[in-house]
Design a protein. Structure first.
Length: 157
């Protein structure tokens, strides 16, 4: 089964948002995917940010009962593909977990670019909406690339 782990800092805004958008995207495709999220500096057990929950509901998603989770060696090993929100996340994961380095990419690389997705925490509702739209655009446009990379790494995970 193909799998993708989205990674941000605290696992309460960007990565759970990307996880839910992608989960709902693949659910309608009929493909079998395991989709998760975690944070490089997450404290386990926190709910997603209220504005993250709000924007997901506004856009027609059911956020569920997400709880933050910190990245660790076993978690990374259990996924075919790891997509980070920032270059710093990507570099940190590759250094700390070299055995998973070949599976770690910046999310924006899925559309042939290389830039950070800004963290909306502490910002306006509009910033959260903008983050949602950016993540949705990248995931839709980059879906084939995500699918290819996850398929390539299926045997490894």
């Amino acid at each position: 089964m193909r799998s993708v782990l989205f990674v941000c800092t605290a696992n309460v805004c960007r990565s759970p948002m990307a996880m839910i958008i992608f989960r709902d995207m693949v659910a309608t495709s009929g493909a079998q995917w395991r989709v998760g999220s975690a944070g490089t500096w997450a404290i386990d057990g926190f709910s997603m940010a209220q504005k993250t929950d709000w924007v997901l509901k506004q856009m027609g998603h059911e956020p569920g009962n997400h709880k933050s989770m910190s990245v660790d060696r076993d978690l990374l090993a259990s996924y075919n593909l790891i997509l980070t929100m920032e270059q710093g996340h990507k570099e940190a994961l590759k250094i700390e977990f070299p055995e998973s380095a070949n599976k770690v990419y910046l999310l924006s690389e899925m559309i042939g670019l290389s830039y950070d997705i800004p963290d909306p925490i502490g910002k306006s509702s509009q910033e959260f909406i903008d983050t949602y739209r950016e993540l949705t655009q990248i995931l839709r446009t980059g879906f084939e690339h995500i699918d290819r990379l996850a398929a390539r790494n299926e045997e490894v995970a």
